[in-house]
Design a protein around this ligand. Structure first.
Ligand code: DHB
Ligand code: FE
Length: 278
């Protein structure tokens, strides 16, 4: 059976892609953010996952406000990146893992998660940048399965539901008849709000409590409603639902490989976390 080696989470701000393209990793503005990644790459070099299952949110590239699935799973052989209008370089296609995608989809539908299946799916910065940060190679070396959660247009799925989705995806991976190693990603966050009266809203105390909870008390954030969470972390900070789904997939006991927290990049509080399944 397939094995989950651990989970990774990172913010996915588009300007990170610009900084990578310009080689600004050592620039004083960027260094505190990029310094969070080498210890995680070292761990990935040792654990060598074959596949990445990525919980992320699309920002209007593949799904727009006219058609907004709550949960959508990619089942394609390749996922193309495209111009999202941020001016960041378009990355080469990412390889899919259709066998695992269909195994996950079948399991989720059996467990009463009525997901949208996507045999074609464009992937935006929330999918491409985290993969580039963890695997800076020209072509991403791991196979991928995108799992898209609507964090954009209300009504959003509850934190509890996203955690349960993660648990079900974890069960699916562990029951996949394969000897491949899988790592689970969650992208977005941490606290940020890009527009409106509270533009620039950041909540460091909540972010740090959330990070701690993922290590020792993963269900902690499920006590909050979506409106409570948006109040705490901002309208885009709610992307932390992707982190929660990732954590749900890992099972009860994990150990911390590395973490980093830095404010701000753009108007956003950035977090990076790597957890190893015990
Ligand atoms: C920013 C953050 C995001 O999560 C995103 O999707 C787009 C932009 C930002 O902070 O600039
Ligand atoms: Fe985002």
């Amino acid at each position: 059976m397939a094995h989950i080696v651990g989970g990774l989470a990172t913010s996915h701000i588009p300007s990170i892609g610009g900084a990578i393209a310009k080689g600004l990793q050592q620039d004083p503005y960027w260094k505190p953010f990029f310094d969070g990644f080498p210890p995680i790459r070292e761990w990935l070099g040792k654990t060598k996952p074959d596949v990445a299952v990525v919980f992320y949110n699309d920002h209007g590239l593949n799904f727009f406000l006219d058609k907004m699935p709550t949960f959508a799973v990619g089942a394609a052989a390749h996922y193309n990146n495209a111009d999202e209008g941020w001016g960041i370089p378009t990355l080469p296609p990412f390889k899919g893992a259709p066998d695992l995608s269909w195994h996950i989809i079948n399991h989720l539908v059996e467990k009463e998660f009525d997901v949208v299946t996507c045999q074609e799916m464009l992937v935006d910065h929330a999918f491409t940048l985290p993969l580039k940060l963890f695997w800076p190679d020209d072509v991403c070396p791991v196979l991928t399965v995108p799992v898209c959660i609507n964090t954009v247009q209300f009504p959003l799925p509850s934190a509890k539901r996203c955690y349960k989705l993660g648990q079900a995806v974890g069960d699916a991976i562990r029951s996949w008849d394969s000897d491949l190693n899988v790592v689970v990603l969650g992208t977005g966050g941490l606290s940020h709000q890009l527009d409106g009266e509270r533009a620039g809203h950041i909540n460091k105390a909540f972010d740090l409590e959330f990070l701690e909870s993922l290590k020792h008390n993963p269900e902690w954030a499920t006590q909050f409603s979506i409106h409570e969470l948006v109040e705490k972390v901002g309208t885009q900070g709610i992307e932390l639902l992707n982190w929660l789904a990732m954590r749900g997939a890992l099972g009860q006991t994990v150990s911390t490989v590395h973490q980093n927290y830095h404010i701000p990049i753009s108007n956003t509080a950035t977090g990076v976390l790597a957890l190893q399944v015990a």
